[in-house]
Design a protein around this ligand. Sequence first.
Ligand code: SF4
Ligand code: FES
Length: 340
Amino acid sequence: MRGSRVAIWLYAGMIGVPILLFVFLVLNFVSAPYSAIGMRASLALAAMGMIALGAVGMDEVFLHRREGAFGEVPKQLVLPAVMRENTKHIPGKGRIITVRIKRFNSTTKNFETETYRAKADELQTVLGALLDIKAYSDPTLSMRYSCRMGICGSCGMEVNGKPVLACETNLLSSLDTNGEIEVQPMHGHPLLKDLVTDFDSFFEKHKSVGANLYRKDEKEQYEAKRIYKQTSGQTEKFLPYSFCIMCGLCLDACPVVNSNPNFVGPQALSQVYRYNADSRDQGAANRLVGIDSIDGVWGCEFAGSCSKVCPKGVDPASAIQLLKGDAMKGFFEKGDVDEE
Ligand code: SF4
Ligand code: FES
Protein backbone atom coordinates (compact mmCIF):
# COMPACT_ATOMS: atom_id res chain seq x y z
CA MET A 1 0.00 0.00 0.00
CA ARG A 2 2.77 2.38 1.02
CA GLY A 3 4.64 1.66 -2.20
CA SER A 4 1.60 2.42 -4.35
CA ARG A 5 0.90 5.69 -2.47
CA VAL A 6 4.49 6.81 -3.07
CA ALA A 7 4.07 5.90 -6.74
CA ILE A 8 0.93 8.08 -7.01
CA TRP A 9 2.82 11.11 -5.60
CA LEU A 10 5.72 10.47 -7.91
CA TYR A 11 3.51 10.13 -10.96
CA ALA A 12 1.82 13.42 -9.91
CA GLY A 13 5.31 14.95 -9.71
CA MET A 14 6.15 13.68 -13.17
CA ILE A 15 3.18 15.57 -14.59
CA GLY A 16 3.54 18.66 -12.35
CA VAL A 17 7.27 19.21 -12.87
CA PRO A 18 7.15 19.61 -16.69
CA ILE A 19 4.18 22.02 -16.33
CA LEU A 20 6.13 24.23 -13.86
CA LEU A 21 9.19 23.95 -16.07
CA PHE A 22 7.17 25.16 -19.04
CA VAL A 23 5.76 28.12 -17.02
CA PHE A 24 9.27 29.22 -15.95
CA LEU A 25 10.59 28.94 -19.48
CA VAL A 26 7.74 31.14 -20.77
CA LEU A 27 8.42 33.73 -18.03
CA ASN A 28 12.10 33.54 -18.87
CA PHE A 29 11.30 34.26 -22.50
CA VAL A 30 8.85 37.16 -21.99
CA SER A 31 10.64 39.00 -19.19
CA ALA A 32 14.39 39.56 -18.76
CA PRO A 33 14.29 40.04 -14.88
CA TYR A 34 13.08 36.47 -14.58
CA SER A 35 15.95 35.07 -16.60
CA ALA A 36 18.46 34.33 -13.74
CA ILE A 37 15.81 32.92 -11.34
CA GLY A 38 14.08 31.13 -14.22
CA MET A 39 17.26 29.46 -15.42
CA ARG A 40 18.19 28.14 -11.94
CA ALA A 41 14.64 27.07 -11.19
CA SER A 42 14.41 25.30 -14.56
CA LEU A 43 17.60 23.33 -13.85
CA ALA A 44 16.46 22.47 -10.30
CA LEU A 45 13.08 21.26 -11.53
CA ALA A 46 14.66 19.24 -14.32
CA ALA A 47 16.88 17.53 -11.70
CA MET A 48 13.82 16.82 -9.49
CA GLY A 49 12.05 15.34 -12.49
CA MET A 50 14.96 12.99 -13.14
CA ILE A 51 15.00 11.88 -9.46
CA ALA A 52 11.23 11.32 -9.60
CA LEU A 53 11.53 9.17 -12.72
CA GLY A 54 14.27 7.09 -11.11
CA ALA A 55 12.22 6.59 -7.95
CA VAL A 56 9.17 5.49 -9.93
CA GLY A 57 11.36 3.02 -11.77
CA MET A 58 12.57 1.61 -8.43
CA ASP A 59 8.98 1.36 -7.21
CA GLU A 60 8.09 -0.65 -10.32
CA VAL A 61 10.99 -2.96 -9.57
CA PHE A 62 9.73 -3.48 -6.01
CA LEU A 63 6.21 -4.17 -7.27
CA HIS A 64 7.60 -6.81 -9.63
CA ARG A 65 9.71 -8.27 -6.83
CA ARG A 66 6.54 -8.71 -4.79
CA GLU A 67 5.01 -10.63 -7.69
CA GLY A 68 8.09 -12.81 -7.92
CA ALA A 69 9.32 -11.61 -11.32
CA PHE A 70 12.82 -11.17 -9.85
CA GLY A 71 14.69 -13.11 -7.22
CA GLU A 72 13.52 -15.52 -4.59
CA VAL A 73 10.61 -14.95 -2.24
CA PRO A 74 10.12 -16.86 1.01
CA LYS A 75 8.35 -20.19 0.54
CA GLN A 76 4.73 -20.54 1.73
CA LEU A 77 4.43 -16.81 2.37
CA VAL A 78 0.79 -15.96 2.93
CA LEU A 79 0.29 -12.34 1.93
CA PRO A 80 -2.12 -10.13 3.87
CA ALA A 81 -5.73 -10.29 2.79
CA VAL A 82 -6.92 -7.78 0.22
CA MET A 83 -10.60 -6.87 0.22
CA ARG A 84 -12.19 -6.59 -3.20
CA GLU A 85 -15.77 -5.60 -3.37
CA ASN A 86 -17.99 -4.96 -6.32
CA THR A 87 -21.33 -6.45 -5.37
CA LYS A 88 -23.55 -3.60 -6.52
CA HIS A 89 -23.37 -4.79 -10.13
CA ILE A 90 -24.14 -8.43 -9.36
CA PRO A 91 -27.70 -9.06 -10.59
CA GLY A 92 -30.42 -10.39 -8.33
CA LYS A 93 -31.18 -10.06 -4.64
CA GLY A 94 -29.41 -11.76 -1.80
CA ARG A 95 -27.39 -11.46 1.33
CA ILE A 96 -23.85 -10.08 0.99
CA ILE A 97 -21.34 -12.52 2.39
CA THR A 98 -17.56 -12.67 2.69
CA VAL A 99 -15.60 -15.23 0.65
CA ARG A 100 -11.93 -15.77 1.51
CA ILE A 101 -10.03 -17.38 -1.34
CA LYS A 102 -6.63 -18.93 -0.80
CA ARG A 103 -5.13 -18.59 -4.27
CA PHE A 104 -2.04 -20.39 -5.47
CA ASN A 105 0.39 -18.06 -7.21
CA SER A 106 2.17 -20.18 -9.81
CA THR A 107 4.98 -17.61 -10.21
CA THR A 108 5.98 -17.31 -6.56
CA LYS A 109 4.69 -20.79 -5.58
CA ASN A 110 3.00 -19.15 -2.61
CA PHE A 111 -0.58 -18.92 -1.44
CA GLU A 112 -2.20 -15.50 -1.32
CA THR A 113 -5.42 -15.05 0.59
CA GLU A 114 -7.81 -12.55 -0.94
CA THR A 115 -11.17 -11.57 0.47
CA TYR A 116 -14.18 -10.77 -1.68
CA ARG A 117 -17.84 -10.04 -1.19
CA ALA A 118 -20.46 -12.13 -2.97
CA LYS A 119 -24.24 -12.14 -3.16
CA ALA A 120 -26.02 -15.22 -1.86
CA ASP A 121 -29.65 -16.20 -2.14
CA GLU A 122 -30.80 -19.60 -0.91
CA LEU A 123 -30.06 -21.24 -4.28
CA GLN A 124 -26.62 -19.79 -4.85
CA THR A 125 -23.76 -22.32 -5.05
CA VAL A 126 -20.10 -21.80 -4.19
CA LEU A 127 -19.26 -22.06 -7.91
CA GLY A 128 -21.95 -19.45 -8.71
CA ALA A 129 -20.39 -17.05 -6.17
CA LEU A 130 -16.90 -17.64 -7.60
CA LEU A 131 -18.18 -16.92 -11.11
CA ASP A 132 -19.80 -13.69 -9.86
CA ILE A 133 -16.50 -12.70 -8.23
CA LYS A 134 -14.70 -13.42 -11.50
CA ALA A 135 -17.27 -11.49 -13.54
CA TYR A 136 -17.70 -8.43 -11.30
CA SER A 137 -14.71 -8.14 -8.95
CA ASP A 138 -11.60 -9.91 -10.20
CA PRO A 139 -11.30 -11.36 -13.73
CA THR A 140 -7.89 -12.84 -12.88
CA LEU A 141 -9.40 -15.50 -10.58
CA SER A 142 -9.05 -18.99 -12.08
CA MET A 143 -11.11 -22.09 -11.34
CA ARG A 144 -12.04 -25.17 -13.37
CA TYR A 145 -15.65 -26.07 -14.09
CA SER A 146 -17.82 -27.27 -16.94
CA CYS A 147 -21.26 -28.85 -16.43
CA ARG A 148 -22.38 -26.93 -13.28
CA MET A 149 -24.54 -29.94 -12.37
CA GLY A 150 -22.27 -32.44 -10.57
CA ILE A 151 -21.58 -34.58 -13.62
CA CYS A 152 -18.23 -33.63 -15.15
CA GLY A 153 -16.18 -33.72 -11.93
CA SER A 154 -14.19 -30.58 -12.85
CA CYS A 155 -14.97 -28.19 -10.02
CA GLY A 156 -13.42 -29.98 -7.04
CA MET A 157 -11.99 -27.66 -4.36
CA GLU A 158 -11.93 -27.29 -0.60
CA VAL A 159 -14.65 -25.25 1.08
CA ASN A 160 -13.94 -24.60 4.77
CA GLY A 161 -11.29 -27.35 4.56
CA LYS A 162 -13.59 -30.02 3.10
CA PRO A 163 -13.20 -31.36 -0.46
CA VAL A 164 -16.44 -30.72 -2.38
CA LEU A 165 -17.81 -30.09 -5.85
CA ALA A 166 -18.26 -26.30 -5.88
CA CYS A 167 -21.25 -26.53 -8.25
CA GLU A 168 -23.12 -28.83 -5.86
CA THR A 169 -22.32 -26.93 -2.67
CA ASN A 170 -24.88 -24.45 -1.40
CA LEU A 171 -23.23 -21.19 -0.41
CA LEU A 172 -25.41 -20.17 2.55
CA SER A 173 -25.28 -23.64 4.11
CA SER A 174 -21.47 -23.58 3.93
CA LEU A 175 -20.95 -20.44 6.04
CA ASP A 176 -18.72 -20.89 9.08
CA THR A 177 -19.53 -19.54 12.55
CA ASN A 178 -18.38 -16.06 11.46
CA GLY A 179 -20.80 -16.13 8.53
CA GLU A 180 -17.94 -16.44 6.00
CA ILE A 181 -16.54 -19.17 3.79
CA GLU A 182 -12.98 -20.06 2.88
CA VAL A 183 -12.21 -21.62 -0.49
CA GLN A 184 -8.87 -23.14 -1.47
CA PRO A 185 -7.54 -25.58 -4.06
CA MET A 186 -7.39 -29.32 -3.34
CA HIS A 187 -4.00 -30.10 -1.78
CA GLY A 188 -4.08 -33.78 -2.80
CA HIS A 189 -3.14 -32.82 -6.39
CA PRO A 190 -0.31 -30.68 -7.78
CA LEU A 191 -1.31 -27.01 -8.00
CA LEU A 192 -1.49 -25.01 -11.23
CA LYS A 193 -3.07 -21.61 -10.55
CA ASP A 194 -5.45 -20.17 -7.94
CA LEU A 195 -8.04 -22.95 -7.46
CA VAL A 196 -6.96 -25.06 -10.43
CA THR A 197 -5.11 -28.33 -9.82
CA ASP A 198 -3.19 -30.60 -12.19
CA PHE A 199 -4.93 -33.93 -12.91
CA ASP A 200 -2.24 -35.52 -15.11
CA SER A 201 -0.94 -37.90 -12.42
CA PHE A 202 -4.52 -38.68 -11.35
CA PHE A 203 -5.44 -39.80 -14.89
CA GLU A 204 -2.13 -41.68 -15.21
CA LYS A 205 -2.94 -43.66 -12.07
CA HIS A 206 -6.40 -44.43 -13.37
CA LYS A 207 -4.91 -45.63 -16.65
CA SER A 208 -2.15 -47.66 -14.98
CA VAL A 209 -4.57 -50.06 -13.25
CA GLY A 210 -6.34 -51.13 -16.47
CA ALA A 211 -9.70 -49.59 -15.61
CA ASN A 212 -11.62 -50.92 -18.62
CA LEU A 213 -13.39 -54.12 -19.62
CA TYR A 214 -10.89 -56.72 -20.81
CA ARG A 215 -11.53 -59.76 -23.00
CA LYS A 216 -8.90 -62.43 -23.57
CA ASP A 217 -9.84 -62.70 -27.22
CA GLU A 218 -8.19 -59.58 -28.65
CA LYS A 219 -10.63 -59.37 -31.53
CA GLU A 220 -13.54 -59.54 -29.16
CA GLN A 221 -12.04 -56.62 -27.26
CA TYR A 222 -13.04 -54.35 -30.13
CA GLU A 223 -15.87 -56.26 -31.83
CA ALA A 224 -18.50 -57.84 -29.65
CA LYS A 225 -19.35 -61.38 -30.67
CA ARG A 226 -22.76 -61.30 -29.10
CA ILE A 227 -24.85 -59.58 -26.44
CA TYR A 228 -23.26 -60.12 -23.02
CA LYS A 229 -26.33 -60.33 -20.83
CA GLN A 230 -26.16 -59.89 -17.07
CA THR A 231 -28.59 -60.70 -14.31
CA SER A 232 -29.59 -57.89 -11.97
CA GLY A 233 -27.54 -59.61 -9.24
CA GLN A 234 -24.43 -59.47 -11.45
CA THR A 235 -25.03 -55.81 -12.29
CA GLU A 236 -25.54 -54.85 -8.65
CA LYS A 237 -22.07 -56.11 -7.80
CA PHE A 238 -20.28 -53.41 -9.76
CA LEU A 239 -22.92 -50.73 -10.40
CA PRO A 240 -22.30 -48.58 -7.28
CA TYR A 241 -18.61 -48.36 -8.22
CA SER A 242 -19.35 -47.32 -11.79
CA PHE A 243 -20.78 -43.94 -10.72
CA CYS A 244 -17.31 -42.43 -10.34
CA ILE A 245 -17.02 -39.08 -12.17
CA MET A 246 -13.25 -38.80 -11.63
CA CYS A 247 -13.49 -35.62 -9.59
CA GLY A 248 -10.47 -36.48 -7.44
CA LEU A 249 -12.09 -35.47 -4.13
CA CYS A 250 -11.27 -38.86 -2.64
CA LEU A 251 -7.55 -38.37 -3.33
CA ASP A 252 -7.66 -34.97 -1.69
CA ALA A 253 -9.23 -36.47 1.45
CA CYS A 254 -6.91 -39.51 1.58
CA PRO A 255 -4.13 -39.16 4.21
CA VAL A 256 -2.03 -41.84 2.47
CA VAL A 257 -2.04 -40.04 -0.91
CA ASN A 258 -0.94 -36.91 0.89
CA SER A 259 2.06 -38.69 2.46
CA ASN A 260 2.96 -41.09 -0.38
CA PRO A 261 2.46 -39.63 -3.87
CA ASN A 262 3.12 -43.08 -5.42
CA PHE A 263 0.07 -44.60 -3.73
CA VAL A 264 -2.29 -45.31 -6.60
CA GLY A 265 -5.19 -43.95 -4.55
CA PRO A 266 -8.84 -44.66 -3.82
CA GLN A 267 -10.22 -43.67 -7.20
CA ALA A 268 -8.07 -46.05 -9.28
CA LEU A 269 -8.50 -48.88 -6.77
CA SER A 270 -12.28 -48.49 -6.70
CA GLN A 271 -12.22 -48.81 -10.49
CA VAL A 272 -10.13 -51.98 -10.26
CA TYR A 273 -12.87 -53.43 -8.11
CA ARG A 274 -15.56 -52.12 -10.47
CA TYR A 275 -14.11 -54.05 -13.45
CA ASN A 276 -13.03 -57.10 -11.43
CA ALA A 277 -16.60 -57.45 -10.21
CA ASP A 278 -18.06 -57.27 -13.72
CA SER A 279 -19.11 -60.69 -15.03
CA ARG A 280 -18.20 -59.66 -18.61
CA ASP A 281 -14.58 -58.96 -17.70
CA GLN A 282 -11.64 -61.37 -17.96
CA GLY A 283 -8.78 -59.17 -16.72
CA ALA A 284 -9.13 -59.44 -12.94
CA ALA A 285 -6.03 -61.57 -12.34
CA ASN A 286 -3.74 -59.13 -14.17
CA ARG A 287 -5.20 -56.13 -12.39
CA LEU A 288 -4.72 -57.79 -9.00
CA VAL A 289 -1.06 -58.43 -9.68
CA GLY A 290 -0.63 -54.72 -10.48
CA ILE A 291 -2.10 -53.51 -7.18
CA ASP A 292 -0.75 -56.20 -4.82
CA SER A 293 1.88 -53.86 -3.31
CA ILE A 294 2.42 -51.10 -0.75
CA ASP A 295 1.64 -48.50 -3.44
CA GLY A 296 -1.50 -50.49 -4.25
CA VAL A 297 -4.09 -51.98 -1.91
CA TRP A 298 -1.65 -52.55 0.95
CA GLY A 299 -0.92 -48.83 1.24
CA CYS A 300 -4.51 -48.19 2.34
CA GLU A 301 -4.86 -47.59 6.09
CA PHE A 302 -8.65 -47.64 5.95
CA ALA A 303 -9.14 -44.06 7.13
CA GLY A 304 -12.43 -44.07 5.20
CA SER A 305 -12.26 -40.35 4.40
CA CYS A 306 -12.39 -41.10 0.63
CA SER A 307 -15.85 -42.61 0.96
CA LYS A 308 -17.05 -39.81 3.21
CA VAL A 309 -16.32 -37.08 0.65
CA CYS A 310 -17.32 -38.93 -2.54
CA PRO A 311 -20.19 -36.94 -4.10
CA LYS A 312 -21.47 -40.02 -5.94
CA GLY A 313 -21.51 -42.50 -3.06
CA VAL A 314 -18.89 -44.72 -4.69
CA ASP A 315 -17.34 -45.98 -1.38
CA PRO A 316 -13.74 -46.57 -2.50
CA ALA A 317 -12.78 -47.62 1.05
CA SER A 318 -14.98 -50.72 0.89
CA ALA A 319 -13.74 -51.53 -2.63
CA ILE A 320 -10.13 -51.50 -1.39
CA GLN A 321 -10.89 -53.83 1.55
CA LEU A 322 -12.65 -56.25 -0.83
CA LEU A 323 -9.62 -56.15 -3.14
CA LYS A 324 -7.36 -56.89 -0.16
CA GLY A 325 -9.42 -60.01 0.44
CA ASP A 326 -9.08 -61.01 -3.20
CA ALA A 327 -5.33 -60.37 -3.12
CA MET A 328 -5.03 -62.54 0.01
CA LYS A 329 -6.53 -65.46 -1.84
CA GLY A 330 -3.44 -65.37 -4.03
CA PHE A 331 -5.42 -66.35 -7.01
CA PHE A 332 -8.18 -64.44 -8.66
CA GLU A 333 -9.41 -65.41 -12.02
CA LYS A 334 -13.00 -65.02 -12.92
CA GLY A 335 -14.93 -63.53 -15.74
CA ASP A 336 -15.92 -66.60 -17.66
CA VAL A 337 -18.62 -65.45 -19.98
CA ASP A 338 -22.04 -65.80 -18.63
CA GLU A 339 -23.86 -67.57 -21.44
CA GLU A 340 -27.35 -66.46 -20.44
S1 SF4 B 1 -14.53 -42.25 -6.23
FE1 SF4 B 1 -15.93 -40.55 -5.79
S2 SF4 B 1 -14.60 -38.94 -4.94
FE2 SF4 B 1 -13.25 -40.42 -5.97
S3 SF4 B 1 -12.98 -39.61 -8.04
FE3 SF4 B 1 -14.71 -41.04 -8.12
S4 SF4 B 1 -16.54 -39.76 -7.79
FE4 SF4 B 1 -14.77 -38.53 -7.17
S1 FES C 1 -18.90 -28.17 -12.89
FE1 FES C 1 -19.17 -30.28 -13.44
S2 FES C 1 -19.17 -31.30 -11.53
FE2 FES C 1 -19.08 -29.21 -10.98
